[in-house]
Design a binder for this molecule. Structure first.
Ligand code: ZN
Ligand code: ZN
Length: 181
């Protein structure tokens, strides 16, 4: 797996797990494959529940009140999860860096790659490029999906076209109602 300042697979993987939580361990592993991770994971007891805890902790980074709180939460998670960067060339991927010990179980691997990947994402693209769908901040809207902004202009506020459209319709109605009176 590759962790570099220009790749966002780890933070996108975390958002995918948060937004659409897999039913079982196999579902989590399948999700890591979809995001480009190739290594086999050591199976340990309660993998599924422990990865859920990793995701819940990561959500405190997503929901942090400001940049300072966000950095502090991420620093705590990296201190707990990450190890020395090390060079590896497993599975024909070519030489790349792992920010964790070898032979770790699924929850530990994900805790490390998600925290370091999120730190790389925020420091290279911008500290604000992670949050919840903007539609959910409007009264009566229930969308709580995580948005990872990897767009060029850094203006992604909605999790989906559907949410952007719903929000747009609401704004339009509010304007129309306001001007008619
Ligand atoms: Zn790798
Ligand atoms: Zn949404």
């Amino acid at each position: 797996m590759h962790l570099n300042p220009y790749g966002s697979y780890a933070v996108l993987l975390a958002a995918s797990l948060a937004n659409d939580w897999p039913e079982d361990r196999d579902g989590i592993v399948a999700r890591t494959r979809e995001h480009g991770m190739t290594m086999p994971f050591t199976e340990v007891d309660r993998d599924h529940a422990r990865v859920r805890r990793v995701v819940d902790e990561w959500l405190t980074v997503v929901d942090a009140a400001d940049d300072q709180a966000r950095a502090a939460a991420l620093n705590r998670q990296m201190a707990a999860a990450a190890a020395f960067p090390r060079l590896t060339d497993h599975d024909g991927e070519g030489w790349h860096l792992h920010y964790r010990d070898e032979h770790q179980a699924l929850p530990e691997v994900l805790a490390a790659v998600i925290s370091v990947g999120t730190a790389l994402h925020l420091t290279t693209r911008g500290m604000q490029r992670l949050g919840r769908c903007a539609a959910g901040t409007e009264p009566g809207d229930t969308c709580r999906r995580v948005v990872v902004d990897v767009t060029r202009n850094g203006r992604q506020r909605y999790c989906s076209v559907r949410c952007a459209n719903r929000s747009g319709v609401r704004r339009h109605r509010a304007r129309a109602g306001g001007s008619g009176r």
